[in-house]
Design a protein around this ligand. Structure first.
Ligand SMILES: NC(=O)c1ccc[n+]([C@@H]2O[C@H](COP(=O)([O-])OP(=O)(O)OC[C@H]3O[C@@H](n4cnc5c(N)ncnc54)[C@H](OP(=O)(O)O)[C@@H]3O)[C@@H](O)[C@H]2O)c1
Length: 277
């Protein structure tokens, strides 16, 4: 495993397990399998409705709590009740602290929510606080007018949406870049069959998914792929025994379409999308 160190000194694994659209017993089983395979970072959210199942898996996994890195998010509809929401997440996740809590979207009264997270950080409930789906201008605004800087911005990032511009701003402000949908949500999408990707898969004896994940990690972007299939759970973690060369990296860089599926800053429908949660 590789790690990044946040601006507050906390270390986070560069690869974790995503749980969006993974619910009920399937969720509990897949999180348990992920931990058994060696994942230590688990990413969930209030809005996913699966914190209880994630909590069951982590409390029964036999791995010490301080070896795990648990991430959850407060949905923007709960920003008026942030403290209560995080306390509820702690209860569902069956833990007395969280490693990272994110504001899920930059909508509504996110300043108020941030102040509540700052307080819970000082009170020891949360080891680090961050943001998600924040465009650089909103991120800089939040940093400029609050006491605590977010440690991370979790944004959609994959081969077709590499976020080079956002990465530069995050670097400048000391905010780590975390990729959601690092496999493009696996919608049988063409990034798996791009010639450069399949050639690199062949070259390294890896799968296209492993090339896509490795590319992000070597760009200093943490990844949280989701799968409910044990073989894929194993496959997605097995990306630390090879290194792409500079020319491999350049070939993949050329495939950026700057085209997000969800968090499109050019497209206000992301607000409408989030409103449905
Ligand atoms: N902050 C936010 O607003 C936000 C938004 C979206 C997601 N997230 C987080 O980011 C995580 C990852 O994003 P995501 O779940 O949307 O998408 P993703 O991880 O890019 O893709 C998941 C999809 O890819 C498939 N898949 C997984 N491994 C594969 C492999 N090795 N080969 C082929 N297909 C594979 C999965 O299918 P199977 O499950 O059938 O294997 C699933 O359909 C989420 O689970 C969630 O924790 C955050």
């Amino acid at each position: 495993m590789e790690y990044c160190t946040f601006n507050n000194g906390v270390k986070m694994p560069m690869l974790g397990f995503g749980t969006f659209l993974n619910n009920g017993s399937v969720c509990e089983k897949s999180v348990a399998e992920a931990i058994e395979e060696g994942y230590r970072l688990i990413d969930t959210a209030e809005a996913y409705g699966n914190e209880n199942e994630v909590g069951n898996a982590i409390s029964n996994c036999g791995v010490k709590r301080d070896e795990l890195f648990i991430v959850t998010k407060v949905n923007f509809k709960s920003y008026e009740n942030t403290t209560k929401t995080v306390l509820n997440s702690l209860k569902n996740l069956k833990t007395d602290y969280l490693d990272l809590v994110l504001l899920h979207w930059p909508f509504g009264n996110y300043y108020k929510a941030w102040h509540k997270l700052e307080k819970m950080y000082h009170d020891g409930y949360i080891r680090s606080i961050g943001i998600s789906n924040f465009d650089p201008d909103r991120m800089i605004d939040l940093i400029s007018f609050n006491e605590i800087k977010p440690v991370v911005n979790q944004i959609e990032t994959h081969l077709y949406c590499q976020r080079a511009k956002e990465h530069i701003w995050e670097n400048k402000y000391g905010v780590a870049h975390m990729a959601y949908a690092p496999l493009g949500q696996g919608q049988a999408n063409s990034m798996f069959s791009e010639k450069s990707v399949t050639e690199l898969a062949e070259k390294y004896g890896k799968t296209p998914a492993q090339i896509l994940l490795r590319y992000n990690i070597q760009n200093n972007v943490a990844v949280i792929p989701k799968s409910v299939h044990k073989e894929r759970i194993k496959e997605n973690l097995n990306v630390f025994d090879f290194k792409l060369t500079e020319s491999d990296m350049n070939a993949l860089k050329l495939l950026d379409k700057k085209s997000p599926m969800i968090g499109d800053p050019e497209n206000p429908s992301k607000v409408e999308f989030a409103m449905t949660w």
